[in-house]
Each structure stands twice: as C-alpha cells, then as structure tokens.
Design a protein. Structure first.
Length: 434
C-alpha cells in the first residue's frame, strides 16, 4: 500500500477571460510617449442611481485589468448610428505593430553584392516612421534573410523589395549601416534618410501583456514576466494617435501557471439533487443525475514579486513564470469582470519520474472557480499569509494520466520538432514523452 505526502500536490491556474470586451476611447493626450505609458477611461457601474455611472477617474482601482493580464486591443469604426463598420482604422499605439505585408508603405532590402553571400534579397525592412520630406526615421526588420556574409557594412543602398507579393512602395536614396551575424541581418541603422518614403500602416489590433501602475497607467509587454516588473526599458515603444479612436479591450489569457508559495489547499465535491419534474425532456436528461459542485480553500505565503517556481516548470520557459496569491486577492475585489479563474488541483505529481523511462502518471482535478473570500493575516513575528476561499462554477473533472505539462506531438525530422505553435506563433517547448 502506497502513502503519499502533501508535498506532491500543487496548483496551476489560468486567468479567466473577461466575458465581454471593454469599450473606451483613446485620445492623443492619453499616451505619454516618453514614459511608454498610456491610460484610458472605463465605464464603471456603481450600482447606485445617485452616483454617475461613468467614472472618469485614474487609479488602478477603477481599471478593470490586473497586472499580468494578456490583452487584445483593437479599433472599431462607428457610424452615426453607433454601429461598427469596416474596414477598421489602424491602431496607432504600439510603434512596432505595423502591417508590413500591406500594399501600402515602403519595403526595402539590400543588394547581395553590397553585403556578400547569396542572400539574394531575402532580407527585408518595413518603414515605420518618416519625416516631413518622406525620409526614413525608423523601421523594422520584417525578415532577417539568410546566407549573407557576417560583418558590418556602411553606406549600403536600401533598394526596392520585390521578392514578396506586396508592393515595394515609394521612396529613394536612403542608405544604412547593416550588421550581419549568423548569415542574417541583425541591425539596420539609417545613415541617409532619403526622400519620398511612406510609412507602413499600423495593424488594427495587437496582443500584449499589461502592467497597471498605482495611478492606473498601462504599459504593454511581450512577456508575462516583464509585465510583472513593469520596467520602462522592457516595455513596448508607443506612439500617440493622430486623432481620438474607439477601442475595445479584452483579456486573452491562455496559459496555466503554477501558483507560487502555496502552503496547502483543500476542497470538497458534492452532488446536488435537482427537481426535474418541471423541465422538458431535453433538460431533464441533462440534469436528472444532478450537478457535481465543489468548494475549497487554499493558504499561501503572500507574495507579489517575481520568484522562480518549482524546477519542473523551469524547462517550459517564460510562459511558466508563476502566479502569486496577490492575483487571487485582487480578483476578489473586481467589480464588473467577476472573480473567475481556471484551476488544476494536483493531488499527485511524480516530478522527475514523469519521464520517458518511468512514464509515471499524475492525478489532478480540473475545474472553473470563483473567488468568494480573501483573508490576509499580518503578524509582527510571522510571515504574511493569505487564505483564499473559492467555489466551482463548472463540473469537477478528475484525471489520472500523464501530466498536462508534458505535451505530445508526432515524430518530425524538422529542426522544429521540439516545438508546437500557439495561435499567436509563440513556441512552447515540449519534453519528449512517449
């Protein structure tokens, strides 16, 4: 007979998506380019008729987003009747969010004779910003190309890119310093701006991680870990829009992360009996067995800073950086968006035995939850702890199988056989498991 200790258990959770998109307006004055930060007003339903519903305030308490949320921001054209129309206007907010493959805007490459190798125009550069004469101010390496000769080349002419299906765009006489490493173009520094170039348009949407500061200011980041720290040097470069534009913002969280500093958790499941005599046949068949519901609690050392989690998660890369109990405490006081999250409650995880050799399975419950209570204990001679109570908002599922942290894929002779692509083309490193 085997006996297992609680040290084999842990929790992974996924931030729940906001049920509907948040509507707001981005004004040019809302964007602070030098600070790489912006803010927008959100409608807040107070529930009190005597209080104006539209709260035009700053401060993180009225921003319905939490640091670390992955958000999609998109523009929406509105006609005189308030209905959306197409095409959507470009989202002028994130400087690198250009639509380089449109038929408008200038795209450039370099002649192979100027940089050596056999790249033959495989590198191409999208113009992001131009001055009043159409000179290139900045741009973006859309494709670094291949088979160029490593080195630093100065005074290189930027010539029309013609290898792709899109138009190369106008402009002439720009030159640049080109730095090549490992056969690809790594850095492009404009030396002569040229004239007549046209900036590529911006995409109508973007998908980034957000950091919310104490004044309700928002910074955007490429990774979850960078968004937790909120450092300006890691955030996305912003631009101010040329005019006010209607925006929609929706969370798009898709990754499970381990919950850091968990001391213990407990939960119960129960079956509710339902009176089905008044239901139709279809609903009677669906509910006559009752519903499986549950509730539970967890205790964790309160933390709000980045810290490495278990070793078994480190191999999965940046997407596995941990969540903190601070997030669950914040969920409990969210007003309009609710306090939902998805959880995997591991009763047993074999750790190093979850390998190709041992093929040891895990045991875990999987469920959608809602935070109902958050209590924090502060004592002068003890570490600060937080106790979270939750109830299930979906049926419980009990699984005994290979741990979901190890994803499977078919054999491949490709150099990318270690990876699987998510919907946004971010690679998730896989561990080889039969």
């Amino acid at each position: 007979m085997g006996a297992f200790l609680g040290q084999y258990g842990f929790i992974t959770l996924k931030r729940d998506d906001i049920g509907s998109a948040l509507d707001t307006v981005l004004d040019p004055a809302d964007v602070n380019v030098s600070k790489q930060r912006f803010s927008v007003d959100f409608a807040l339903d107070t529930g009190f008729p005597e209080v104006k519903d539209e709260v035009q305030g700053t401060g993180s308490q009225v921003v319905p987003l939490i640091t670390g949320d992955r958000i999609e921001i998109w523009t929406e054209n509105i006609d005189a009747n308030g209905s959306p129309v197409k095409p959507r206007v470009p989202l002028e907010l994130v400087r690198s969010n250009v639509d380089a493959e449109s038929d408008t805007g200038s795209k450039r490459t370099v002649a192979t004779a100027d940089v050596g190798g056999t790249g033959s125009g495989t590198f191409w550069y999208a113009v992001e910003e131009v001055d009043s004469s159409g000179g290139i101010v900045s741009g973006y390496i859309q494709d670094g190309g291949y088979d160029y000769t490593d080195g630093v080349y100065t005074g290189v002419d930027l010539v029309n890119y013609s290898a792709g299906p899109m138009a190369a765009g106008p402009g002439s006489n720009a030159t640049a310093e080109i730095r090549i490493g490992d056969g690809t173009v790594q850095v492009v520094t404009i030396e002569t701006a040229g004239t007549g170039y046209e900036a590529c348009p911006y995409q109508p949407d973007c998908l980034k991680y957000v950091h919310v500061d104490e004044m309700g200011g928002l910074r955007l980041f490429d990774t979850f870990s960078d968004s937790l720290s909120g450092k300006k040097e890691k955030s996305e470069l912003l631009i101010a829009p040329t005019s006010a534009v209607s925006l929609k913002i929706k969370t798009r969280n898709s990754f499970f992360r381990c919950l850091a500093q968990v001391k213990g958790f407990s939960f119960t499941t129960s079956r509710e009996s339902i009176d089905v005599t008044r239901l139709g046949d279809q609903f009677r068949r669906q509910f006559e067995g009752g519903l499986i519901t549950g509730q539970g609690s967890l205790s964790a050392i309160w933390d709000f800073r980045f810290r490495e989690c278990d070793d078994m998660h480190e191999a999965l890369g940046s997407i596995a950086y941990p969540e903190f109990a601070q997030y669950l405490a914040q969920l409990c006081i969210r007003i309009n968006e609710g306090a939902n999250f998805a959880a995997k409650l591991f009763i047993y995880y074999p750790g190093d035995n979850a390998t190709v050799v041992y093929k040891e399975p895990s045991v875990w419950y999987e469920v959608q939850c809602q935070v109902t209570n958050s209590a924090m204990e502060v004592s002068a001679d003890r570490v600060i702890t937080t106790d979270i109570d939750f109830v299930s908002t979906s049926v419980f599922g009990l699984f005994s199988d290979k741990p979901p942290l190890y994803l499977l894929m078919e054999e491949s002779t490709s150099s990318f056989s270690q990876f699987i692509l998510d919907e946004d083309n971010e690679p998730i490193l896989l561990q080889d498991v039969d």
